[in-house]
Design a protein around this ligand. Structure first.
Ligand SMILES: Nc1ncnc2c1ncn2[C@@H]1O[C@H](COP(=O)(O)OP(=O)(O)OP(=O)(O)O)[C@@H](O)[C@H]1O
Length: 743
């Protein structure tokens, strides 16, 4: 902010300031609007020429900033930024806030709430003659860093001619030590709750005891459970005697919340309460039924048909944002893509935010961009791919378009299981039209994604993470009437991401198990469990249209270039087509599975109870042998059958042996004859070998060298006896082993 340049001019300024402040104080005091009155219903003050010279003109009912009891510095700042006429929320709240009252302001998105609290902040400190040595005089808290940055920018513009110092204190910045050195010299802090508390805890001599004005922008969000502890800790360090202003498009009226902030007779200013709609009039809102597995196809088709628009796409988690951004970027839709989420470095976040303000592009974002952000050039479309958690969240998301006097359009994708949300939105005075997509413009992307995932494992990893986090985000939603994770067709959803297999979903198993227990469902037999836990496959196609359609509502027609030829989709020339067939089999979740035990599955994928594996062999009647009596009987029968088969085998073997020996005998006899006849033909060695062979043979059966037929016959019988004995022993041993195994 500018400071007076020379000593002389400073002195003059101080003098004129002094007079101006006196006049302003008197004016504000003498023309105070009645507490609880609505300045919007009052007539505007008469023009300067017609005013009573003896008295100050009433300011409640003013329509222009110039008519308000505010300093010339603020007026200059406003004029500089071309703010002349006030919006409704400014007209309704400024007369009350300028006279120091606590205010609870609610007005539609994009209706100018920022100035409604920045002007009183500047004016209060100015009239208190606040200076650098006075320390922190006002704190403005915003739920997100981007919004805090934006508020700070507006403050710099409007407060340009004031001598006050202001600082932006937000997380994610490296220069916290530098901040600590200068924070005590700041008069106005624009901050996020976490960073403010950090300074309260860590910065030596950080002092807010003189605080005059506290502002909570997006108050309902800051008072939400997410910030509860932080906010309570902050409030406990602030003086109770102060002016407090709360602003939001979806205001809190909870007495508990207001008590936490120690508000004193606050003015409830809700300028659009009587309005027919809760959202800006120039906002054209539509909804489409899109099944979970078709969301990405629909989003891709939407982007491809709106290449000349500035589109803000809301997804439910950082991981979703990362995956869709990275994957679509690789597919080159024909429009620049950007992404914004809480896990990004602060500098990058700010960079993306300002780039999106400047250039036509598609910004994929989490709810980090859903509140307060005022993109410079208007956003043409807000696309909600994932259903917002509640009505308030919907209002803030769509509120990023159709701001101030501009128009805008929005589309909400609703899964068949989320249709209850449509009723809730309509009940909250949100004019939504259910429309259908143009099938001719529908361009599925799942095939391209599966090819992409094969080529880029890092994107496949992102897809897996995105898949899990989406399901988790549904799982943790509070409104179970709308969000039911067990209703989701997980396998088809995973396939729509291009994933070759459905990733494991542990929390879902537990969820389903507990659901089944609470519903006292069928006995937990594996078959039932699987049937029960099987996640539905949504066959719902693009749209259920219950309203009359016209071209205007056809969402896959381009908004301004319906007949214009679209650039061709950049084909994945170098992407290898997916070789693996996508798993279409439904996920079977075994709710019976005891923790830490081994589970056995049959061929169908059903679990088998313990011991079933042993008894896998079926009896003649086909039943599994789990009964011990039946099992013993079954094995006894089997043993006997085996014995019989053994016997037959042995007899056969014996017979074969006998035949072999007979043949050998015959051979030997024949040889003897031959030897006698052709002695000269046999060498010495040959006869020796023959002798040895005969000896060896006899050694098999006899210990003596005597060799005649009768003897051999007897020996053979003995041998058979030995054989028989050993086989019987072996048999007995085998049976013993078998029975010990199964007893
Ligand atoms: N009196 C005015 N004259 C002209 N433009 C204005 C005026 N007041 C606000 N604006 C413009 O209107 C736009 C929306 O204002 P602002 O961001 O304050 O809305 P908001 O009500 O805070 O919205 P949200 O609820 O989304 O936070 C801004 O671009 C702002 O510059």
């Amino acid at each position: 902010m500018k400071r007076p340049k020379s000593k002389q001019s400073r002195k003059q300024k101080r003098l004129s300031e002094f007079q101006e402040i006196e006049l302003l104080d008197a004016w504000i005091e003498s023309c105070k609007p009645d507490s609880g009155s609505n300045p919007l219903s009052l007539p505007p003050p008469p023009p300067p020429g017609e005013q009573d010279a003896a008295s100050l003109p009433p300011y409640a009912g003013s329509t222009k900033f110039d008519q308000l009891p505010i300093s010339s510095r603020t007026k200059d700042g406003l004029r500089n930024a071309e703010y002349v006429k006030m919006t409704d929320i400014q007209r309704a709240s400024l007369p009350h806030s300028l006279c120091g009252r606590d205010v609870l302001g609610a007005a539609k998105t994009g209706s100018g709430k920022t100035l409604a609290f920045l002007i009183p902040v500047l004016e209060k400190l100015y009239r208190e003659r606040w200076g650098p040595e006075d320390g922190v005089g006002s704190i403005i808290i915003s739920p997100t860093r981007e919004l805090a940055g934006q508020l700070f920018d507006v403050l710099k513009v409007v407060g340009k001619y004031h001598g006050l110092s202001a600082g932006l204190l937000i997380g994610g910045r490296k220069d916290v030590d530098l901040e600590k050195q200068s924070v005590n010299d700041l008069n106005i802090l624009v901050c996020t709750p976490g960073r403010l508390l950090q300074h309260m805890d860590e910065t030596p001599n950080f002092d807010c005891s003189q605080l005059k004005v506290l502002v909570l922008d997006e108050a309902d969000r800051i008072l939400d459970v997410g910030f509860k502890k932080t906010l309570n800790a902050i409030i406990s360090q602030l003086p109770k005697h102060r002016q407090t202003m709360l602003f939001s498009a979806t205001q809190t009226k909870s007495v508990q919340d207001l008590a936490r902030l120690s508000l004193k007779d606050p003015e409830y200013i809700s300028v659009h309460e009587e309005s027919v709609t809760a959202t800006p009039n120039r906002l054209q809102q539509t909804a489409m039924t899109v099944s979970l597995e078709q969301k990405l196809d629909m989003l891709w088709s939407f982007i491809r048909t709106h290449l000349k628009s500035r589109i803000l796409v809301f997804l439910s988690s950082c991981k979703q944002v990362k995956f869709v951004y990275e994957a679509f970027k690789k597919l080159h839709p024909g429009i620049p893509l950007k992404c914004l989420h809480g896990r990004m470095k602060q500098e990058k976040r700010m960079g993306i935010y300002s780039e999106f303000c400047e250039k036509r592009s598609v910004l994929f974002s989490t709810d980090v961009a859903s509140r307060g952000l005022d993109f410079n050039k208007s956003v043409d479309w807000v696309v909600q791919v994932d259903c917002p958690e509640d009505v308030a969240s919907y209002i803030h998301r769509v509120g990023r378009t159709a701001r101030y006097l501009s128009g805008g359009r929005s589309v909400l994708f609703l899964m068949p299981s989320e249709m209850k949300m449509l009723e809730k939105l309509k009940a909250a005075k949100i004019p939504l039209e259910l429309v259908k997509a143009n099938d001719k413009r529908f361009q599925p992307v799942s095939g391209l994604l599966s090819a992409l995932l094969v080529k880029y494992p890092n994107i496949q990893y992102l897809a897996q993470r995105a898949f899990i986090t989406y399901l988790r985000s549904i799982h943790i939603q509070k409104d179970k009437e709308i969000f039911d994770v067990t209703e989701l067709p997980v396998d088809d959803f995973s396939a729509s991401f291009g994933l070759p297999m459905t990733p494991k979903i542990r929390f879902l198993n537990q969820k389903i198990k507990s659901k089944m227990v609470s519903e006292e469902s069928l006995p937990l037999e594996p078959e039932n469990a699987v049937g029960k836990s099987e996640l539905k496959v949504s066959t719902e196609s693009l749209m259920v249209n219950d309203s009359k359609q016209d071209e205007e509502n056809d969402l896959l027609l381009t908004d301004d270039d319906v007949d214009e030829a679209l650039p061709k989709v950049h084909e994945l020339e170098d992407v290898i087509p997916a070789t693996r067939v996508l798993k279409k089999k439904k996920l079977k979740i075994n709710v019976n599975r005891p923790v830490g035990s081994r589970v056995v599955f049959d061929d169908e994928g059903n679990t088998l109870p313990p011991l079933a594996r042993i008894a896998e062999t079926q009896s003649s009647d086909g039943a599994l042998l789990l009964d011990k009596g039946k099992k013993d009987e079954y094995y006894k029968k089997m043993r006997e059958e085996m014995k019989q088969v053994d016997k037959e085998d042995k007899l056969l073997e014996r017979q074969r042996r006998r035949e072999r020996r007979l043949k050998q005998k015959m051979k030997l006899k024949g040889k003897g004859k031959d030897d006698d006849e052709g002695e000269s033909e046999l060498s010495e060695s040959d006869s020796e070998a023959m002798e040895n062979r005969n000896r060896k043979k006899s050694k098999i059966y006899f210990d003596s060298d005597d060799d005649d037929g009768t003897q051999k016959e007897t020996n053979e019988e003995t041998n058979d006896k030995i054989d028989r004995k050993s086989l019987a022993e072996q048999e007995a041993l085998a049976l013993k082993l078998l029975s010990s195994m199964h007893s």
